[in-house]
Design a protein around this ligand. Sequence first.
Ligand code: ATP
Ligand code: MG
Length: 366
Amino acid sequence: SSSPTRHYAITLLPGDGIGPEVVSVAKKVLQRAGSVEGIHFDFQEMPMGGAALDLTGVPLPKETLEAARSSDAVLLGAIGGYKWDKNEKHVKPETGLLQLREGLKVFANLRPASVLPQLVDASTLKKEVAEGVDLMVVRELTGGIYFGKPRGFSTNDNGEEIGFNTEVYASHEIDRIARVAFETARKRRGKLCSVDKANVLEASMLWRRRVTEIALEYPDIELTHMYVDNASMQLVRFPKQFDVIVTNNIFGDILSDEASMITGSIGMLPSASLGENGPGLFEPIHGSAPDIAGQDKANPLATILSAAMLLKYGLGEQDAAERIETAVLNTLDRGFRTGDIYSDGNIMVGCTEMGEQVLRAVDSEA
Ligand code: ATP
Ligand code: MG
């Protein structure tokens, strides 16, 4: 592109297990795609998770959160592992992730689930159903029943113990997630399906009313509504009907996992968590995979595709994002596969080599 060099500060949080392996590969891909597109990145690497616990005694040091807050975007690897799980008395590395999401005020979680033509056999669905699936779940992340009050344990009139939670949504919380979803649909195929339980739940009735109201700002987007029970069925019956799905915290938790299992490729799936103004948080959906850590076996593509989401949704650098996505597809077309997505007739490679092949593909597009 002809515009002058753009500069961005990126915080890298490699974390634990395979995190450092996949983040180091994704960093190189960002650098290479950036240099072709006239983008300069300043990377700052900070400790987080178990690595930070060992170093400083807390999973999210103040300095790490500060660095993340003052940067333009954050790329995270993975958090946790056996080493810290067995220690019951201590803080878990994963609490650092919750603190980070809270600290960055990221209320919108974007999880794409695509069945790539090269990996259609990995899908848990029949080929005819899986082929061409390309959808995105936009989940509200900081409200709803996971946070609503009152909550707790008590006793009912019969003296029996009860547990209770409350689903609460304020209009502004629905409006802002709806806007993120409409904007997302605009960057994709222009279709949005809002999922709720408005036939039963008041919070859902408000949800549907607000989403319908916000839709007036987006006349170019085709909006539909679906009850969550039907949506979970439609996801496995005919997933191709969806472009963007927007839903509340608990329904999104469930539907995004359902959608990711359709693809069958955990090592391929990225995510983005966005706030109002501040930096977004971008990370693969997989965990730290301690069973393969340190062996150069991890699939770096989920993190590379998270870097592409960072460009598209975090920085508005659509061209650079597409350059990376195209390079990933090209690398799969040339037959390169890590162990998790390997099938007969392909070329088995490790994490580093997969990264080198994506870099080659980025170069060959230039
Ligand atoms: P979490 O840490 O989020 O609770 P988990 O510990 O249940 O998740 P993961 O760490 O994601 O799960 O690993 C689940 C399985 O998938 C493991 O066998 C792991 O080796 C494999 N896996 C996860 N990510 C990758 C990857 N990027 N490349 C290859 N295999 C992976
Ligand atoms: Mg794990």
